[in-house]
Design a protein around this ligand. Structure first.
Ligand code: MOS
Length: 736
């Protein structure tokens, strides 16, 4: 039913994390931390060439090491149904090389897997595996290769390009972004445990246990019900956990080979090559406006890298279809196959890349027109309808985000001219940019188990990657039921629990809030059924007329007809009461378009002698519908904005085109923004309910914290220095 539609005032929602204690004390276990009896350890050997094939591979020396159980290669690994048949692998949605071929597609590709009694034995033996290769010319240089790849229409054209070819103001620029990696703190890891030939348990780090279950089911031809995937705590994701990577099938194969549980944890350097990245991109944006700054048309072209063995494509140009209202649009895109590992969704995939180009180009246009970049955006926002589908937005308060953010950063105090404001050796600048993200929702299920004392456990298969999903679920259950939060336990991350989609794309809470609301209603009705055996007034009860408390069930309209849980449980001789329910999007999706929005404002200082950029202030105002848990939501936004700072100023996974490898594959060589690089991010929310999206009124919040952040910073750097930088990351050498 949805708590925002109820008449009674919700109690104050506690904001603390349900999993906080367990994560902080170390008692909550990540995938690789489970200690299983008889477990052995696997270590991956990666290819040292980027393209070609294995001519010979010698594992004898490795096998001679005491404690080594076996060494898997493409010659001796167990047969896997889908690998023998390309169509089957395609159906399984799995394209990664996992010892099923002698062909080499990228440097770091698994060529052998050493299995030993201890991690140390396995590591040492892995260093003794020798491989001889026939080397082909590798394609790893995106800048060189993309020029040879033709671009094609995305089918999202509106109006015509000719209609604005004589526009009074036209700006056309290219923008580039280098490869960036996710690297959550928890490394990807799998412990595979076979029970006989047909049953499998996986302790695995991922963002969706059901996705892993389904993929492995199709790859290994095992019914999903025979595969249990367990990911109770997840130490971050950023998108890398949305896919099943090679470590999962490799651990499963190894466990089969040695007939024991096998643990395979990637090393930090392997996290840079084997679990995806945001692909390098080139974009060209042409934007035209009339004399007053009304947008007349946009051409947005994008190319990004992909691997030679799959075809990952992300919607970089989508952002140009959503945020602003104008008549003529053309988007074109292409992917560029490279001999690198597979890229994947990362932190606001597509839109994050696209927004850097679009929001930079708009800024450039504003200075051409001599119009305040804030006002230029406000005048062109698509606040009523989604320009792409023509449907009305269910809610879209991006205009309010802009106005509120402008106040917070005191935008009007800024000198409109660039390169005018100095403080000692520092130049000061302000920048603004918008972000938007499709507010999705999927179907999910949840169940509640109630104990005699009135405490409940709300559970679903969905994982919590650190975003606060479990906490949000507890908050929602508390608001729906009236039971105190300390009597509500949350259980997540197990494929045996009621099915739920992966946590990603800022859809987690939007999706699961529907299931939680539905299962709370189901619990009320079940309790009302029992209560009606004792008091007839409960016969006509509807979920909205029932309030639960820590002591029992009450019928709201009739005042004091409270029946204690104790009475219900003992009278019916019950041990537990269990209910399950599902909920998903409905016809509201036909009627409305849904989006979350954010406005980023940045104040930078740029050092005149060293080119160092310091973020002085970063304000992010978000329209994410009703904010269920302000602390968790603000944490997501500030984490995402810090990611935006890294993306803009330092993150770059350098490709060595001679050896075809990534350089700096560790946390020292690849610089993520840390506390010293970021101010306290000033986050605020519009906090207005979306009445159509789901029972909680909450839209997604994660991605919009980064989408637009890079352009706001780059625009601020231009305002500070007068120098427009279109190639991320903006390192000091480029600033000077
Ligand atoms: Mo994300 S790229 O929504 O995990």
């Amino acid at each position: 039913m949805g708590f925002f539609k109820r008449k009674h005032e919700p109690k104050k929602v506690p904001e603390g994390r349900v999993e906080g204690f367990y994560k902080v004390t170390g008692s909550g276990k990540y995938a690789a931390e489970y200690k299983l009896e008889n477990v052995c350890y696997a270590v991956l050997v990666g290819s040292t060439i980027a393209a070609g094939e294995i001519v010979d591979i010698n594992t004898d020396n490795a096998k001679d090491i005491e404690g080594v159980l076996d060494v898997l290669t493409h010659r001796n690994r167990p047969q896997i149904p889908a690998f023998a048949d390309e169509a089957k692998a395609k159906r399984a949605g799995f394209s990664l090389p996992v010892l099923h071929t002698n062909k080499i597609f990228f440097r770091g590709q698994p060529v052998a897997l050493v299995i030993a009694e201890t991690l140390e034995d396995a590591n040492y033996a892995a260093s003794l595996v020798t491989v001889s290769y026939k080397t082909d010319q590798a394609k790893v240089d995106f800048d060189k290769e993309h020029a040879t790849v033709p671009i094609a229409a995305t089918g999202k054209e509106r109006g015509s390009m000719d209609a604005w070819s004589n526009a009074p103001h036209i700006r056309e620029q290219a923008y580039t972004i280098r490869n960036q990696v996710h690297n959550p703190m928890e490394m990807h890891a799998t412990i595979a445990v076979w029970d006989g030939d047909k049953k499998l348990k996986l302790y695995d780090k991922n963002q969706g246990v059901n996705n892993v279950q389904q993929t492995i089911s199709r790859l290994f031809d095992i019914p999903p019900a025979n595969i249990e995937v367990f990911s109770e705590y997840v130490g971050g994701g950023f998108g890398s956990g949305l896919k099943v990577w090679s470590n999962v099938p490799l651990a499963i194969m190894a466990a089969k080979q040695v007939n024991r549980p096998v643990k395979l944890m990637l090393t930090r350097p392997q996290m840079f090559t084997l679990v995806g990245y945001r692909p390098q991109s080139w974009q060209n944006v042409r934007i035209g406006a009339d004399a007053n700054g009304k947008f007349l048309g946009i051409l947005h072209q994008a190319k990004h890298g992909t691997s030679v063995f799959d075809n990952y494509g992300e919607g970089i140009t989508r952002i140009s279809r959503l945020v602003y209202n104008f008549g003529n649009l053309k988007t074109e895109s292409a992917t560029v196959p490279l001999n690198l590992g597979a890229p994947t969704w990362m932190r606001g995939p597509g839109d994050c890349t696209g927004a850097f180009a679009l929001e930079s180009a708009i800024d450039e246009l504003s200075y051409d027109i001599k119009k305040d970049p804030l006002q230029l955006r406000l005048d062109n926002l698509a606040v009523i309808n989604d320009p792409d589908t023509g449907k009305p937005w269910s809610t879209n308060f991006l205009n309010e985000c802009m106005t509120k953010g402008a106040e917070m950063i005191n935008w009007k105090s800024r000198n409109p001219l660039p390169a005018q404001t100095k403080e000692g050796e520092w130049m000061i600048g302000y920048g603004v940019a918008n972000g938007m993200w499709f507010a999705g929702r999927s179907k999910a299920s949840a169940s509640i188990i109630m104990q005699k004392d009135g405490s409940i456990t709300v559970q679903t298969a969905m994982t919590d990657i650190g975003t606060g999903t479990g906490t949000g679920m507890q908050n929602i259950a508390h608001l729906e039921l009236g039971i105190s939060h300390d009597k509500i336990r949350i259980k997540l991350g197990n494929s045996n629990l009621p099915a739920a989609p992966s946590q990603g794309g800022s859809t987690g809470l939007s999706t699961i809030s529907g299931a939680v609301a539905a299962v709370c209603d189901a619990l009320k009705m079940k309790l009302a059924g029992y209560a009606s055996l004792q008091d007839a007034i409960y016969k006509d009860a509807k979920p909205e007329s029932i309030v639960l408390s820590d002591s029992g069930i009450a019928y709201q309209q009739a005042g004091n007809h409270l029946i204690s849980f104790d009475k219900i449980f003992s009278k019916e001789n019950l041990q537990t009461i269990e209910v399950e329910a599902s909920s998903g999007p409905g016809e509201e999706r036909q009627k409305y378009a849904f989006c979350s929005g954010a406005s980023h404002f940045c104040k930078v200082r740029v050092h005149t002698k060293t080119g160092k950029v310091k973020i002085d202030r970063h304000v992010c105002v978000v329209d994410a519908g009703y904010v269920v848990n302000k602390l968790a939501a603000a944490n997501q936004v500030s984490g995402a904005a810090v990611g935006g700072i890294g993306m803009t100023l330092s993150e770059e996974q350098v490709v060595d085109s001679t050896h075809g490898c990534f350089i700096g594959g560790d946390l020292a060589g690849y610089h993520f923004a840390v506390n010293a690089d970021a101010p306290i991010i000033e986050v605020d929310f519009i906090n207005k309910i979306d009445p159509n999206i789901n029972p909680s009124g909450a839209k997604g919040v994660g991605e919009v914290g980064i989408i637009g952040a890079a352009a706001a910073i780059a625009n601020a750097i231009f305002h500070a220095t007068g120098k427009r930088l279109r190639d991320l990351p903006i390192t000091p050498d480029k600033v000077l």
